[in-house]
Design a protein around this ligand. Structure first.
Ligand code: HDE
Length: 688
């Protein structure tokens, strides 16, 4: 499908670097046309290869160096281009130009990622997701390098290498890949209790998103907005997905990691190809500088969120992702984000985690992208002009003219010259500072548990059960009894029931002392039960074979399409299948190449011949069984009710989210009921 082209200077800039090489002569990198590309140069047809074969050597040398070091964290990622538009001028709060004019479309490049796994690991593992946005603004690139969880494991950047060493595969055997369910990770957690809040998110459904299109994003740290008058406010950034926040269930996530390790990237790629452009609204929470100490959390502590009910999220604009990258390596792999890439009007706070990040991101690009000129790569170039006296280095692309590469100078009229703040030059916010040089943490960072409890309080019963199950899985995989006990004891500071359930599950003793602090507050905004629910872009598997009820399936497919839901036909074999009224449908996947875990809902077509045929396949019955046990909407034609029974679904007990089509012909009402069931995302009230 043809890609929509962003109406943006970034797209035009990238265009000059794109090449399909179609219809061109094959040449060496020196432009020499090559006459032969299948045989190396040899001394005789059966003789040795000759050193002289410069074409062979160039081709092989280039190949030998095709890989670059993967990111130390967030190695596995996927990205898309798009644009951002602000809803109304934000001048009262910030002078950032891209946040002023609603008619301006600022180009963006967004990369989603997992944290722990290698570049080739599965998409659906339990992990935090990265959510990095590069805004190519007219004042320079602004990077909002966030996660899909609003808090972090640690409070000070100096502990980041320790955290990452603990979560990565263990060094003696490099096991396990892309998983936190192992001894060193939980050893770190139990011994660094500042992680208590984050670990509640990590074991919640947020860590197994249904889609990158259905995740929130958070800047995590407290930043500053600064307006033209120099007035600053503390600010936290939020991305709110228009489709709502939805997750997988753990059993499903694990199975997808085997069935389709590319599940999330495929989902994003396909949605954009189809024109179902993912959208996210940008929200900001703001706290006045004079209110810095009015809360029971420290605004500089990255293990704390600002409850939305206390500090409302002001929605200020929308981002639309409407174009897939042209080339994975050139764009997604080479893009270099940095929380220190800011524009006038956006500044930092003293969050010690943020302060450390401001060092780390350029440093890592030096080894990952091979030198200091990574900003010249097409994907990293600002769309506005950039000039300074930095010169040379590996892979320099700019050809700098002239003699002068220093400031100040007279030979060039002292240019390029600094720009005063009044004319758009970046000026750091002049925060008043005083203090002793210490290696310490403020006492206001020492409460590790109140927001872990707040999070727990805010969960529905189903979400709480998922958290208990996730702890039971994660800590259950830990080999050390001692670490298991330490984790249970830590949980005793959050919730006694939670700690006791995990203790039973992992065979540990009840927590040594379970006296969680008194926290009655809850934040409904944190529960996915309260999220937006829409049918758009959901995927339904239609199980059918020859003799299926044509009127019913066609009617249903039309209704699904109108609701923005995609339907795919699954059958025993690829090719065409014929309905009872002689119409033909093309099969998209077989029972072998597909799986219920790759769909949001399933529908088993009516028509006795089709049902009889599918009944012979145990894969068809387990398809239904599995979808049902993952709480998904299940629809069935009248005759297919016997397949539901074979899958153990008893309709007599109500079976929430199961819709059996009555008429077999007049399907509108039944289809609507089925669509309503899909919109619910999951039917948790099923008795299993
Ligand atoms: Fe990162 N992080 N990080 N991080 N981070 C990297 O930079 C680091 C942290 C985040 O799609 C690295 O270019 C330190 C918090 C994302 O390319 C590295 C600390 C948050 C991405 C690095 C943190 C993030 C990274 C590795 C502790 C959420 C992927 C490759 C202070 C707000 C960016 C790279 C992409 C990547 C360092 C903590 C988000 C090594 C030292 C908190 C989304 O520089």
């Amino acid at each position: 499908m043809k890609q929509p082209v962003n109406d943006s200077s970034k797209d035009q800039q990238l265009e000059q670097y794109r090449s399909a090489h179609v219809g061109e002569a094959l040449t060496t990198n020196q432009g020499l046309r090559v006459s032969e590309d299948e045989h190396s140069l040899k001394a005789g047809v059966r003789g040795p290869t000759l050193m002289e074969d410069f074409h062979f050597r160039e081709k092989m040398t280039h190949f030998d160096h095709e890989r670059i070091p993967e990111r130390i964290v967030h190695a596995r990622g996927y990205a898309a281009h798009g644009f951002f538009q602000v809803y109304e001028p934000m001048a009262e709060f910030t002078k950032a130009k891209f946040l002023q004019d609603p008619s301006v479309k600022t180009p963006v490049f967004v990369r989603f990622s997992t944290v722990a796994g290698s570049r080739g690991s599965g998409d659906t593992v339990r992990d935090v997701r990265g959510f990095s946005t590069k805004f190519y603004t007219e004042e320079g690139n602004y990077d909002l390098v966030g996660n899909n969880i609003p808090v972090f494991f640690i409070q000070d950047a100096i502990k980041f290498p320790d955290l990452i060493h603990a979560v990565k595969p263990e060094p003696h055997n490099e096991i396990p890949q892309a998983a936190s369910a192992h001894d060193t990770f939980w050893d770190f957690i139990a011994n660094n209790t500042e992680s208590a809040h984050m670990i509640m998110w990590h074991t919640s459904d947020r860590a197994i998103p249904r889609s990158y299109r259905m995740m929130e994003g958070f800047g995590v740290h407290t930043f500053r907005f600064v307006n033209e008058q120099g007035k600053a406010r503390f600010v936290k950034f939020h991305w709110k997905p228009v489709l709502g926040v939805h997750s997988l269930v753990w059993d499903e996530a694990q199975k997808i990691a085997g069935k389709d390790p590319d599940f999330h990237r495929r989902d994003l790629f396909e949605a954009i190809e189809k024109g179902d452009y993912p959208e996210y609204e940008l929200g900001v929470q703001m706290i006045e500088e004079e209110d810095e100490f009015k809360f029971d959390f420290d605004v500089l502590d990255p293990t704390k969120l600002w409850p939305e009910e206390l500090v409302p999220v002001k929605i200020i604009g929308k981002m639309t992702l409407n174009q897939n990258p042209t080339n994975y390596f050139a764009e997604t792999e080479q893009v270099a984000f940095h929380p220190g890439h800011v524009v006038p009007g956006i500044d930092f706070s003293n969050d010690p985690l943020l302060q450390g990040r401001l060092f780390s991101y350029t440093d890592t690009q030096l080894s990952r992208l091979g030198g200091p000129n990574f900003h010249e790569l097409p994907i990293n170039r600002p769309v506005c002009p950039f000039h300074n006296n930095q010169r040379d280095g590996m892979h320099r692309m700019t050809i700098d003219r002239g003699q002068v590469a220093y400031n100040k100078n007279s030979l060039q009229g002292n240019s390029p010259k600094p720009v005063p703040a009044s004319e758009g030059g970046y000026e750091h916010y002049q925060e008043k500072m005083e203090g002793r040089k210490v290696r310490e943490r403020s006492d206001s960072f020492k409460d590790h548990y109140s927001q872990a409890i707040l999070f727990w309080n805010s969960m529905s019963e189903v979400e709480k059960q998922h958290i208990i199950d996730a702890f039971s899985f994660e800590v259950g995989k830990v080999m050390s009894k001692d670490i298991q006990q330490q984790v249970v004891d830590m949980l005793g500071n959050i919730d006694t029931f939670l700690a006791e359930q995990v203790a039973i599950s992992v065979g540990a003793k009840k927590p040594a002392s379970s006296k969680p602090m008194e926290v009655t507050l809850s934040s409904p905004a944190l529960s996915q039960m309260n999220t937006v629910k829409l049918p758009n872009t959901r995927k339904v598997a239609i199980l059918a074979d020859n003799g299926f009820n044509g009127a019913e399936v066609t009617g249903l497919m039309e209704m699904l399409k109108k609701s923005g839901i995609t339907a795919e036909i699954i059958s025993k074999n690829l090719g065409m299948i014929k309905s009872d009224d002689g119409n033909e449908l093309e099969v998209n996947h077989t029972l072998l190449t597909s799986s219920s875990v790759l769909y949001d809902a399933i529908y088993v077509a009516g028509g006795q011949q089709s049902v009889d045929s599918l009944m012979q396949k145990k894969e068809a019955v387990s398809f239904i069984d599995e979808a049902y046990s993952h709480f998904k909407a299940v629809g069935a034609g009248k005759e297919a009710a016997e397949m539901l029974a074979a899958a153990g679904i008893t309709l007599e007990s109500g079976a929430p989210g199961v819709v059996v089509f009555n008429s077999g012909k007049e399907v509108t009402g039944d289809s609507q009921k089925f669509i309503d069931a899909i919109i619910q995302h999951r039917h948790w009230n099923r008795k299993m």
